[in-house]
Write a protein that binds this ligand. Structure first.
Ligand code: NI
Length: 155
């Protein structure tokens, strides 16, 4: 008679107190793609692949939130010459028209002519884009860029 191993009772898996809720999973990647990942790790100075993957996932979630017109956060940076007639007035008027989106504004005098403004924004993605486009399109704005971020739901 063959010897039958007694069924062992599975001991409950001990929770690793240092895991911090981190789960491990295996990822299969083509060699070329893995090289691309390692190149990203190096180029962006990530400490390891996991941190790079986390960042890539979060970036995708943020992009998706903007595409889905969710509640998002962002920062508009504009550079302009404050001597340009009416520009500051128009910019402030526009910001007031969208005051529910504007969290704060920081104004920095770069040199005699140029100012840099950082407008922190929070609200529906489409409204943030609308305001950013209108501000960047104002005559006299030398450069403008909206950094699209999240309201903090990206884990
Ligand atoms: Ni200034």
């Amino acid at each position: 008679m063959p010897k039958v191993n007694p069924v062992r009772k599975k001991s409950p898996r001990k929770k690793n107190p240092f895991s911090n809720g981190v789960k491990r999973f295996g990822v299969s990647l083509e060699e070329d793609l893995l090289k691309e990942l390692d190149a990203l790790v190096k180029a962006h100075k990530f400490p390891n692949r996991s941190q790079a993957v986390r960042s890539l996932i979060r970036n995708s979630v943020v992009v998706q939130n903007w595409e889905d017109n969710k509640e998002v956060a962002g920062c508009l940076v504009i550079v302009y010459d404050h001597h340009k007639r009416d520009l500051m007035n128009k910019s402030v008027t526009l910001q007031h028209a969208y005051e529910e989106l504007v969290l704060s504004v920081q104004h920095v005098h770069l040199d005699h002519h140029n100012c840099l403004e950082m407008v922190a924004l929070k609200g529906k993605a489409s409204k943030l884009k609308e305001l950013a486009d209108k501000l960047i399109a104002l005559k006299g704005i030398k450069h403008g860029q909206l950094v699209m971020s999240s309201v903090g739901s990206v884990k």
